[in-house]
Write a protein that binds this ligand. Structure first.
Ligand code: GRF
Length: 204
């Protein structure tokens, strides 16, 4: 059981950070009431997500393989521990985390994936590739999934999903935008709140 009222959340990012922005806006709106984003960590020093964090007054740090090499994951762990993080949210974080890392944070890492897992997920399925595969297959419905992270890429227990219709003439770009707006930006905050509640209740 956590002593203080709120779960301390770190959001890990690599890119533009629109999912991070949805989390920041949801905390501000009170949709995420059981947790607070206290750290944003990126493996890319130029990720616009870091700028979004700074604008929101949230501590933003870059931990890059270029700078830390083989010590990359240890440096991330050290940074998380220094900030007393209780929950890690991967929001467009493009590195596969080792089993050592995911075992250390059992049921304390969640990820957003832009498909309805188990479709179009796992090794090599990220970003627009996911939507290209969905269009290639000709699915009529796709969507997004929030899941716990374990050592298998996109393999952890599913927490929440939301379906999105594929429209005639969709391109990977138009489909990606619809999945982001209608699914990802909604279920990542909702799932984050749900997991924070479970942590505070001592259920996970
Ligand atoms: C999103 O499509 C997310 O599903 C995937 O990477 C993208 C990140 O977008 N994991 P953003 O950086 O949150 O805008």
């Amino acid at each position: 059981m956590l002593k203080d009222k709120k779960v301390r959340i770190a959001v890990m990012v690599s890119g533009g950070g629109t999912n991070l922005q949805a989390l920041i806006d949801s905390e501000k709106a009170g949709t995420i009431s059981s947790g607070e984003i206290v750290l944003v960590l990126s493996n890319k020093a130029d990720a616009y997500a870091l700028t979004r964090a700074q604008k929101a007054g949230i501590k933003a740090v870059a931990v890059t393989r270029a700078e830390f090499g083989a010590d990359f994951e240890n440096k991330i762990i050290k940074t998380l521990e220094e900030n007393n993080i209780d929950l890690i949210v991967l929001a467009g974080f493009m590195c596969i985390l080792s089993r050592d890392f995911t075992d250390k944070f059992e049921k304390r890492i969640i990820n957003i994936h832009p498909s309805l897992i188990p479709s179009f997920c796992g090794e090599g399925f990220y970003g627009l590739r996911v939507h290209s595969a969905a269009l290639e297959k000709g699915v009529k419905v796709t969507g997004a999934t929030v899941h716990f992270v374990n050592e298998i890429p996109d393999g952890g227990e599913i927490i929440m999903q939301k379906a999105v219709e594929v429209l005639e003439g969709d391109t990977p770009e138009t489909l990606s935008a619809r999945v982001l707006e209608n699914a990802e930006w909604k279920i990542l905050p909702a799932a984050t709140q749900l997991v924070c509640e479970k942590i505070l209740k001592g259920e996970i």
